[in-house]
Unconditional design. Structure first.
Length: 177
């Protein structure tokens, strides 16, 4: 069975579906809030030209999702799978952002659990890279079971990121708790 990087994933709070070109304007309406990006290494991503490059990268990744609020059908953010390494049985989850109206944990937690559950059918380890000053995202990753395992440069700008890992066995233990 091959890893489907863009399945449709549905939970009680959110639905994730493959990102499409025609989603740009609705997603940018969410991303244009500067406060979403204030702790992020790309703190100017709220600017349309900068976001357009981010969106293009998301489309080219082949693993990007549009995140939709299940209750009202509104676009609330995006996330993606990236860097699938079949030999290492590892994939990265990242590039996640949510509208501030959906901050606080429950939406992110469900979104990530849907992604983790899907990914662990194909991999044994998931990594999440977070900017060193992005304390909000670091806490969010820790809340879903991410364990800090070091640092490494990102693929784009060469900036160091904090690396978190979630293993299939830790996820299974946490889900069973």
């Amino acid at each position: 069975m091959s890893f489907d990087l863009q399945p449709i994933l549905k939970g009680e709070l959110v639905e994730l579906r493959p990102l499409r070109e025609e989603d740009f304007h609705e997603l940018y309406a969410v991303a244009s809030d500067p406060l979403i990006w204030e702790q992020h290494p790309a703190s100017d991503r709220y600017q349309e030209a900068v976001f357009r490059a981010f969106f293009r990268g998301a489309m080219e990744s082949g693993g990007a999702f549009l995140v939709i609020d299940s209750k009202d059908g509104r676009v609330i953010g995006s996330s993606r799978f990236c860097g699938y390494d079949e030999a290492k049985r590892e994939i990265e989850i990242g590039w996640t952002f949510l509208a501030r109206s959906h901050w606080g944990g429950i939406y992110n937690r469900e979104m990530k659990h849907l992604m983790l559950r899907h990914a662990f059918q194909f991999v044994s380890s998931i990594v999440l890279l977070v900017g060193p000053r992005n304390l909000r995202s670091q806490r969010a990753v820790e809340k879903i079971g991410g364990v800090r395992v070091g640092t490494r440069p990102d693929g784009a700008g060469g900036h160091d990121n904090v690396v978190y890992q979630i293993t299939a066995s830790n996820f299974a233990q946490q889900a069973g708790a």
